[in-house]
Design a protein around this ligand. Sequence first.
Ligand code: ARG
Length: 460
Amino acid sequence: KPMRLWGGRFEGGPSDALTRLSVSVHFDWRLVPYDLAASRAHARVLHRAGLLSDDELERMIGALHDLERACKEGEFRPTVADEDVHTALERGLLERLGSLGGKLRAGRSRNDQIATDLRLYLRDHARTVVSRLVELETALMAQAEQHAETAAPGMTHLQHAQPVSFGHQLLAHVHAFTRDIDRITDWDKRAAISPLGAGALAGSSLPLDPQAVAEELGFSAAAPNSMDAVADRDFAAEFLFDAAMIGVHLSRLGEEIVLWASQEFRWIEMDDAYSTGSSIMPQKKNPDVAELARGKSGRLIGNLMSLLTTLKGLPLTYNRDLQEDKEPVFDAVDTLLLVLPAMAGLVATMRVNTARMESSAPDGFALATDLAELLVRRGVAFREAHEAVGHLVVWCQVNDKDLGELTDDELAKVSPHLTPDVRDVLNVPGALAARKAHGGTAPDRVRDQLVALREAVDAQ
Ligand code: ARG
């Protein structure tokens, strides 16, 4: 007869259909270490409340440790009859302790347990996600340092706009991931609240000590309201937003890498270890890592939508719908931990085709703004300067010339301010170096950013 945690008032057993619908142990089994840590904390509190003797506490803690070992070694496994992780672990405890095992459930419900387990799991794994983000940032920064001086065509609307330092562009992605890390760090403050002690929803009549449990489990405080404690899944939804945002950032970086690796761009060459081939076309080298980063952002966004949709309209407090919180959360963590190392490796090992990038940096009259700004420095209203340079561009297009190839006469015809020395600003390194105000693409500013970002990353 399968062991259930709620058999007392039922005469018949549950139908197979209900059992199959209800079971969650196939996905919540990963909460074992957190559930057992919370159980140890609860056992100590029961002991201090005089509800477990010294000897009972010792045997209880010993059995919980042994159960953890047995789970880790695969010696203790959930059976098809175990509804969830809590049911399975109580069975394990009863197997080890007999009736003493049944004492641990006093003052505790699966409702406050599961909320506690999920918070513990997420706070733990959020730290791992941050470490993987730092590794990706480190890879981006190493490339940025190599390419602070490398000019690339800077784009808006995917059209050549103005030359930029390729390092500057890579660091733009690092800033996005740094905000993601900040978000997770900030999230953790709100996630660090312990629901244990709330019981099913109303707290317990037993003299428990939720603050002591909170402290033992590394939380900053116990939940101040037992109903909120078991109903609240903000921490999961907020984490899923952070994960979705990371997904969006990975997707945008992934899309850029797909473009850069294309025959049309040829800005980078991917390392063999981070690219794939075709089963039919022998010449192919595909950016699957970047594409999967782009593709998997869809499920990260979907996980957030899934949980928000589950939560909306739920009355207080615990409802079984809340069991649906776990798969999106686990999937988000798993997805990030798959994608981040692959992207870090792809970025760290890609070879940049500096010559190709630099030679196309001025293409598409990308230095036209530099010319217009020179005229402004000579007292011309920007409106007129914009117009004059616009004329030059059309003239160049019609005559198949570059701005730098115009003769003195051709320049003078458009504006008296276009003297021969204006050609001095028509060079890419000059255009980069000139953008030297805070936040600009000048290589010196890129190096400043690197110093500041490295400090920020080290502080994380
Ligand atoms: N397995 C449930 C969950 O994941 C926790 C158990 C609470 N079940 C209940 N019938 N109150 O949310």
